[in-house]
Design a protein around this ligand. Structure first.
Ligand code: ADP
Ligand code: ZN
Length: 204
């Protein structure tokens, strides 16, 4: 990880990008743990459209380790709940947040905070997800993690959406709340996006 050698005097932004199951949460938790060992004051947020909780809960990683995080739905909620004394601000699932996350992350870094952002950089179509492209540009440090393609075992860089076990069409919504979809990590060659259903348009 390049982050270890990056030690500016002021604040900065780190982005942990990559496909689902690539270990972004694990890496965010690892960095947060190390910041805590260094006696930094750390605040962790997690956005997730499907999960609604009233209180503090855990940033889970698929290997079962966890740390406490504050659930949020918007950049403004983060701004409202910010601990003014936090030296490190970490946000998981940042791809679901609105464009306001870009100026917020930049202003935190400008005010001397270390900002750690983890998120999926591409949607199920393989296209840029939400504010991720802007966050990747704003960051001083970027790491792109890979999962393992469940089809062929190659490094996976794509989120394969399946609906009823079949690849999703191009025109299905980027975020399906409460849907029956599932996801697989796949490589470029094994990633399938079916063409948009043009019959929908013709019916109008
Ligand atoms: P992310 O935050 O990127 O979705 P997590 O940190 O939550 O990833 O989980 C990563 C873990 O997921 C891995 O350590 C591994 O145990 C598990 N895993 C499940 N499926 C895969 C896969 N296809 N490739 C790699 N790891 C996988
Ligand atoms: Zn593959």
């Amino acid at each position: 990880m390049t982050v270890g050698i990056f030690q500016p005097n002021g604040g900065w932004i780190e982005v942990i990008a990559g496909v689902m199951f690539s270990g972004k949460s694990e890496e965010l938790i690892r960095r947060v743990r190390r910041a805590l060992i260094a006696r930094k004051r750390v605040q962790v947020f997690k956005s997730h459209l499907d999960d609604r909780y009233n209180g503090v809960y855990a940033v889970g990683s698929h290997d079962g380790r966890s740390i406490e995080a504050i659930p949020v739905d918007s950049a403004q909620q983060i701004a409202l709940r910010l601990d003014p004394h936090a030296q490190v601000v970490a946000i998981d699932e940042v791809q679901f947040l609105d464009a306001g996350i870009v100026p917020l992350a930049n202003s935190l870094a400008a005010r001397g905070r270390r900002v750690i952002l983890a998120g999926t950089d591409t949607d199920f179509r393989g296209e840029p997800f939400g504010a991720m492209p802007h966050l990747l540009c704003a960051a001083e440090v970027v790491d792109k993690l890979h999962a393992i393609c469940v089809r062929c075992g190659a490094p996976a860089t794509r989120n394969q959406r399946l609906i009823g076990g079949q690849p999703a069409r191009y025109d299905s919504p980027v975020v399906m709340v409460g849907g029956t979809e599932s996801y697989e990590a796949r490589c470029r060659a094994c990633h399938v996006v079916l063409p948009a259903d043009e019959s929908q348009g013709k019916l109008l």
